[in-house]
Ligand binder design. Structure first.
Ligand code: GAL
Length: 445
């Protein structure tokens, strides 16, 4: 009924987790053998990590960290919101391309991420709203209907207690509330070893934070490897004693990708495949609705084989012979849904590719779902890191996570639990790995 300490089960994944755990605790110790990163393409590469001051937020110093793989990948991450600001990878000709949507300055992030709290729409009302560009989302990613839930737990002190949360998305709670983890300054520590550099970012979210029960401590560890991977590990501990208050947690990262470059325009032609036979249909409040999981077969939601993201998004003729706009795409103005990933444990969740740059993104996760969002709320009012404006489909997200609105389905079959009991730790990992190469035509999920 509740989270156990979930570590990936496959031999490859288990190795990865061991390496990360050691990497976050023993900087420069050399304790992590290179062999812990199977598949290293660049064994002689030298990853680096540096930092620079990036400004202040509410009297706290904010830094921008730069992690390089030594094999052409460079990631900048700020401890404001534990946010990935840019993600540079080589294309097939060796040119460096920033494949992550982001802002050039800290004040842009503060204006964008704090607007729900301050009530000051940025840059104008009726605009793109809070983008969550590259941010860490917590304590609960995605939507909780009616901005409340009733805890269902055993060996806990709050079974049956109903909690009221901020309504920051119509009547829903979205991405942890008005002041989610993307609005906090995280404390940082760095480490490195053979084949990797790592940035560990931590915060404590107190009991009652945004209405959620129980104090939790979260650490997000970003690791860049010589294999041009960005690994994101979450360790979240419920600080209550065993038998104390349980809580719900569902962390994710909100990177928007554009594999032709963040300024390059629509991602319609980029290929995407998702390792999922089913998706979660939503109602007009974007909340999963019965029967909760539908087959993708014969619908625009079928990404079981690589296809251009835009192929069916505007297509009024469905593969099953019906015609007219697909209702689920009408509700969301595009894709903004949970795909129920096939299998369990740490596994390949999705592959995406731009055929021009050749940049290919491999997403691995131990999570049960992925929210594929086609940037539908971007309306052309935001200027990104490269000086261009972002519009619908300027980028797409692959937010690995539990199913939306899971707190209303605790204990129900088909709904993996998001309950974290006192004394328990959730450990989870998602990897974004970049390669270049031939056109993906199929892959064996
Ligand atoms: C996504 C969510 C979208 C939108 C976006 C932020 O995760 O599914 O509906 O809210 O975040 O603009």
């Amino acid at each position: 009924m509740s989270y156990q300490s979930r570590l990936p089960k496959s031999p490859l994944a288990a190795l990865a987790v061991v390496a990360l755990a050691a990497g976050t605790t023993t900087a420069l110790s050399g304790a992590v053998p290179a062999a812990a990163f199977p598949g290293i393409h660049h064994p002689h590469a030298h990853p680096t990590i540096t930092s620079q001051p990036w400004g202040d937020f509410e009297g706290q110093t904010v830094d921008l960290y730069t992690l390089t793989s030594g094999a052409g990948m460079k990631v900048t991450i700020t401890n404001f919101g534990a946010t990935v600001q840019s993600l540079w990878v080589p294309d097939r000709r060796g040119r460096s391309v920033d494949v992550a949507l982001g802002f050039p300055t800290l004040s842009d992030y503060v204006n964008d991420f704090l607007q729900q709290h301050t009530g000051v729409a940025w840059p104008l009302s009726g605009g793109s709203g809070d983008t969550y560009f590259g941010a860490t989302i917590g304590r609960y990613a995605n939507r909780i209907a009616d901005h409340s839930f009733t805890m269902v737990c055993s060996n806990c002190s709050n079974n049956g207690v109903t909690y009221t949360l901020p309504a920051n998305n119509g009547t829903n709670t979205l991405h942890g509330g008005d002041l989610g983890w993307n609005t906090k300054v995280w404390s940082a520590s760095t480490s490195q070893g053979p084949g990797y550099v790592a940035l560990a970012l931590s915060l404590t979210s107190p009991d009652g934070d945004e209405g959620f029960p129980a104090s939790v401590t979260a650490t997000v560890t970003y690791t860049v490897t010589t294999d041009n991977e960005l690994r994101i590990r979450y360790d979240i501990t419920n600080n209550e004693p065993v038998g104390g208050k349980a809580t719900v947690v569902n962390p994710t990262n909100h990177l928007y990708f554009n594999l032709a470059g963040e300024s390059s325009g629509p991602v319609f032609d980029q290929l995407l495949a998702i390792n999922a036979d089913r998706y979660s249909p939503i109602d007009t409040n974007f909340i999963p609705t019965a029967p909760y999981q539908l087959s993708v077969a014969g619908t625009p939601f079928d990404f079981r084989h690589p296809k251009p993201i835009g192929r069916d998004i505007t297509n009024v003729s469905s593969p099953d012979g019906t015609s007219g706009p697909f209702p689920q795409l009408v509700i969301a103005h595009g894709y903004d849904h949970n795909w129920v990933l096939n299998g369990s444990g740490y596994r390949l969740a999705a592959v995406a590719q731009d055929r021009g740059t050749g940049i290919t993104l491999w997403t691995y996760t131990d999570q049960p779902g992925v929210q594929f969002y086609s940037g539908n709320f971007l309306v052309g009012d935001l200027t990104g890191t490269g000086g261009h404006t972002y519009r619908q489909t300027s980028g797409f997200t692959l937010e690995t996570q539990h199913f939306p609105d899971s707190p209303h389905h605790i204990g129900e079959p088909g709904w993996p639990s998001v309950v974290l009991n006192g004394g328990q730790t959730l450990s989870s990992m998602t990897t974004y790995r970049f390669t270049t190469g031939g056109t993906i035509t199929h892959f064996g999920f």
